[in-house]
Design a protein around this ligand. Sequence first.
Ligand code: S3P
Length: 440
Amino acid sequence: MSNDEKTIQPLRAPLAGSTRVPGDKSISHRAVLFSAMAEGTSRVFGVLDSEDVRASIRAVQALGARVSLEKQLDGSLAGGITGWGGRGPQQPEEPIDCGNSGTTARLLMGIIAPWDIRVTLTGDESLCRRPMRRIAAPLMKMGVRFEPDGQETLPMTVVGNPRLEAISYEAPMASAQLKTAVILAGAYAQGTTVLREPAPSRNHTELMLPEYGVETVAGECTASVTGPHVLQASEVQVPGDPSSAAFLACAALMKPGSAVQIEDVSLNRARTGWVEVLERMGADVSTQVTGHSGKEPYGILSARYTESLRGCDVPARKIASMVDEIPVLSLLAAHARGVTVFRDVSELRVKETDRLAAIIDGLTALGISAWTHGDDLFIEGQPGFEAPEGIAFDSLGDHRLAMTWALVGLTGSVPVTVRRFGSVAVSYPRFLEDMEGLVR
Ligand code: S3P
């Protein structure tokens, strides 16, 4: 975990003009992982170059995929990935270190599941605290073993089983990582595997697997696949990451005089719940779909400074569609008139850090009232509030918190310090440069 500290100075001028954001993290992971599973050589473009995605690349190399991605002028990775196809992954010599990446660790569990190998997965301090039982439980029903017995967290050894059984599984929480692990294992099991979830989570796996020759059936809260299958090589162009775009858009909404457009960004509705919240808060934001990459819609997202925002009540069912944006939405809620409520955000407690506690601590340091009642988060806005001089935040090594607290400095009038700022490299290494590139 990085211990670096950064002083963030207020932006000299409003944000204005058009930009792009780096490739979507969720889609990049899947492009790398699915290509590694496939027979033949896939071509991938616009892949996010960040620490998390590099963890997936290193993992599939250890499992025998050949990856030849090169850095492009726009900072993305592009090139070929030759997968293990029907031969299956090789037995790695050492444990696979997934770094900070929950997506890498959890999706790998489903990927290793149908093969006769045993793979130990580990990660950094944060990842080794995060719950893994939620993935192990359904995979055990399919015939996978996990060692040590009853282990809740990494390091854990996945003992694959070439005779997986299809299951019908009721997920206890809306999690795309859980859904994906089960569907990926299900693609290799005999019969139909069905997963039901309590609210719709992001659907990139269901949209992308057919591109690799594996039909999926997706409903609002269900996904299913009928196996066995071997994925076939494909071509993927990764659109921009709406979760990164959220920081630029929210900065524009908070910095007077700003108006920005973000082009070629994913506008998948399972990811843009935060835009709907901004609309409900009265923010001047809009989206326009301009094309599709495979089945993923992308387009232009526009945001313009809005003087008076109002609080709103966000229902539990919508939380999964904005789960990574709640820190930055909470900061925006601090600028709004009235109380904003996010219903049932218990999942925030088990992200890279306890984001619920961190949001409350950070907002409290800013003099904003924020509290929980059960699993609901309440924020009482104070339009026009100013950060106290000399304020320092700790990202706790969490990339989304580092960027959220940086926005306090960028869009306000006093510099702020963000400890462990280097964690932005997990999802958006060029965050500050992109922000400064919009200052006119
Ligand atoms: C992700 C799913 C979400 C999200 C994470 C990426 C994915 O996690 O928070 O950043 O790529 O599937 P959960 O599945 O735990 O909700």
